[in-house]
Ligand binder design. Structure first.
Ligand code: UFG
Length: 386
């Protein structure tokens, strides 16, 4: 069997167990192969498919791992490249349990050009989704050079390798942080970008600019810049989710860790903002909805030559910090000790997205609520405690 699989994968085909096929729609791409068990009776079906191969840098990370599942469910072949600087084996075993097999994985830091080139050479991807980047806003203000070096070098390497190996499509992981505190809400893709409030935010602005220049100079490249608002939640299985190292910076992991007794209390950073309850407002989006947008973006690129387009990805509405905490407590029937504290430096007061472009162009919108996300985040936290 192993030999059989290896021959097909060398030819650019993939075998997918039938029970993992939920969501596969393009059935004409598949052949059906009945597989015999050792006892001669029909055991399962495997599908043989020639699908688009997508290199997913940072594919073992929070958004990357959920995207790997969406890609497989939509008929793409994901190939993970990750240096595990912000992930670990638990995500791999969770992925394996959800999928029923282990996706192809390379342990590689994308700033290491020679190693990275070998991956392109052996995989010859059709597309890249580039997640691999450092992302902690606070940390970036303490280690700006490390952030610029990693986030910009890895993108430059991706682009050079795409040119070298004729890879055409790129989906780039950007952030609503490129807007700063916008003058108008909801914020649109065309809204003016304010000065970034952190090196992390500036690295995303610079990367977007690099991509615009790159697409201008290389007319065969197609690129989608996905501006994430605040991704939260976890896979509904509770088997993969966000894995913060040390004390979490982000709100939802801090809430779940406080509910689990790992943290004594949550500090709400500021209740004197000009918002209805005085706490900051963000546009929280379920990570599975966000993952699905990457598939939609790849499909969209297929019919849009010569493009470099930005898309906002959020719910299209804002919730305050206090609303998130209250919703968590209510939906999970679990107390969270919360105290008011001073403002956190660098926080914008309020931001939420106009998501009409993603709906019109990508035919994408969110299907999960804040409640769903907070339930799933709690399920994941409890799984981690097992
Ligand atoms: N917050 C608290 N207490 C905490 C943690 C957060 O009150 O312990 C508040 C923050 O002050 C903020 C809100 O919860 O008002 C959300 O904070 P997060 O840290 O979860 O998210 P941010 O909006 O600061 O940042 C996130 C991502 C960034 C991304 C940015 C874009 O972490 O990567 O959204 O706005 F760039």
């Amino acid at each position: 069997m192993a030999e059989f699989i290896s021959i097909f994968s060398q030819l650019g085909y993939v075998l997918v167990p039938m029970h993992c096929l939920k969501g596969y729609t393009s059935s004409k791409k598949f052949l059906f192969f009945p597989i015999q068990s050792n006892h001669g009776c029909l055991k399962s079906y495997l599908y043989i498919a020639r699908m688009k191969k997508v290199l997913v840098t940072g594919g073992a990370g929070y958004i990357g791992s959920h995207t790997v599942i969406e890609l497989l469910n939509s008929g793409f072949i994901p190939v993970i490249v990750d240096d595990f600087s912000n992930s670990d084996e638990r995500i791999l075993s969770g992925l394996e349990e959800i999928l029923g097999f282990s996706p192809v994985l390379y342990r590689c830091d994308c700033t290491q050009m020679e190693e990275f080139r070998k991956i392109f050479q052996s995989e010859l991807p059709d597309a890249v989704i580039h997640f691999a980047a450092f992302k902690a806003v606070g940390e970036s203000t303490e280690q700006p050079v490390r952030y610029y070096r990693n986030n910009i070098d890895s993108l430059l390497n991706v682009l050079e390798l795409m040119q070298e190996f004729n890879t055409r499509d790129l989906v780039f992981s950007s952030s609503c942080t490129v807007y700063g505190q916008p003058d108008e809400l909801p914020v649109r893709e065309t809204s003016p970008q304010k000065t970034a409030t952190s090196p992390y935010g500036y690295s995303k602005q610079v990367c977007e600019r690099i991509l615009e220049d790159f697409c201008f100079a290389n007319k065969n490249i197609r690129c989608a810049l996905l501006r994430y608002f605040n991704p939260i939640g976890a896979h509904p299985s509770g088997l993969i989710g966000e894995l913060p190292y040390g004390t979490p910076n982000n709100l939802v992991p801090f809430i779940t860790q406080t509910a689990a007794g790992i943290r004594e209390k949550l500090t709400i950073y500021g209740n004197d903002y000009s918002t209805p309850d005085g706490t900051c407002i963000r546009d929280y989006i379920h990570v599975c909805d966000l993952a699905n947008a990457h598939v939609k973006a790849l499909e969209w690129l297929d019919s849009h030559p010569q493009t470099c387009e930005a898309f906002n990805l959020g719910q299209g509405r804002g919730n305050s910090v206090k609303e998130v905490v209250d919703t968590f407590v209510k939906i999970n029937q679990t107390p969270v000790q919360a105290v008011m504290g001073p403002r956190r430096p660098g926080d914008v007061e309020q931001v939420w997205a106009d998501v009409s472009k993603a709906l019109e162009e990508l035919n994408w919108k969110t299907t999960r609520t804040l409640e769903d996300a907070l339930k799933d985040a709690w399920r994941w936290e409890k799984h981690l405690a097992q």
